[in-house]
Design a protein around this ligand. Structure first.
Ligand code: ADP
Length: 250
């Protein structure tokens, strides 16, 4: 099958005002991801991780290079088509959950489908199925401020995949969670990946979270520094990640 994500020579230069010097945040990044991969992006602070996620998800434009997701060249999409593409094909899990406080968990999860004018009966079906999958069916009518961080992140993960997106991006999904909730949500992402064949690309600085990935791409100074593949032994992968990070930090 074709690649789900194709990234070719991706470069992003930030140009500041008034002659301040340019920053090359991404420098000729190329990689591909097959459908159903679970990839972690790691690297020191300032290495370009956030920029990479923003450019891949269409939040920001590259200076040069190409991003193709599920066969769609992102730079060919006009503004409206891009908005639609992002809503339907890309799911996003954020560090701070980004749930709307005025909506119940069920309404939060349904929101992308409501915006897409999907028939109410189908919305009901899909949302109920996902709430059961993520073990939060009994919290359907609770508001985000009534549930724990881990439960919020479960709802956020359900919302991210409610449209059956081609790719799910996760930006430090364990960043605001205690270690029990972090374990919990990484288990859920793994289940999403293995049981629903979701393609996941996750930025994290947390070696524990990264150890759940199948492959890690390390970036440094905007370039791919190293890629490693998990053998399936999570403890061994965790130790390897720690070792690489300590070498990268010098
Ligand atoms: P990371 O997520 O790995 O910490 P970033 O992608 O945030 O890295 O940043 C990469 C580089 O780009 C850094 O040098 C950062 O200072 C710079 N940078 C990020 N965003 C901007 C911006 N909006 N304008 C100018 N420079 C930026």
């Amino acid at each position: 099958m074709n690649d789900m994500i194709q990234v070719e020579n991706l470069t992003k230069v930030y140009r500041s005002f008034k002659g301040a010097k340019e920053v090359k945040a991404l420098d000729q990044i190329s990689f591909t991801a097959a459908p159903g991969e679970f990839i972690g992006i790691m690297g020191p602070s300032g290495s370009g991780k956030t920029t990479l996620l923003n450019v891949l998800s269409g939040v920001d434009h590259p200076t040069s290079g190409e991003v193709i997701i599920a066969g769609n060249a992102m730079d060919k999409l006009k503004r409206d088509a891009m908005a639609l593409f992002r809503r339907r094909k890309i799911g996003y899990v954020f560090q701070d959950f980004n749930l709307l406080d005025s909506l119940t968990l069920k309404e939060n999860i349904a929101l992308p489908l409501i915006l897409d004018r999907i028939a109410p009966k189908e919305i009901e079906q899909r949302v109920d199925e996902l709430m059961a999958f993520f073990g939060i069916a009994d919290l359907a009518n609770k508001y985000p401020y009534h549930v724990s961080g881990g439960q919020k992140q479960r709802a956020a993960a359900a919302r991210a995949i409610v449209t059956n997106p081609a790719v799910c991006f996760a930006d430090e999904p364990t960043g605001n969670l205690d270690s029990k909730s972090a374990t919990d949500i990484m288990g859920m992402l793994t289940q999403m990946n293995e049981e629903r064949a979701s393609t996941i690309l996750m930025v994290t600085h947390d070696p524990f979270a990264a150890s759940y990935c199948k492959r890690i791409i390390f970036i440094k100074d905007g370039q791919i520094n190293l890629q490693i593949q998990s053998s399936g032994d999570r403890k061994a992968f965790f130790d390897k990640i720690l070792e690489i990070l300590s070498v990268m930090r010098g």
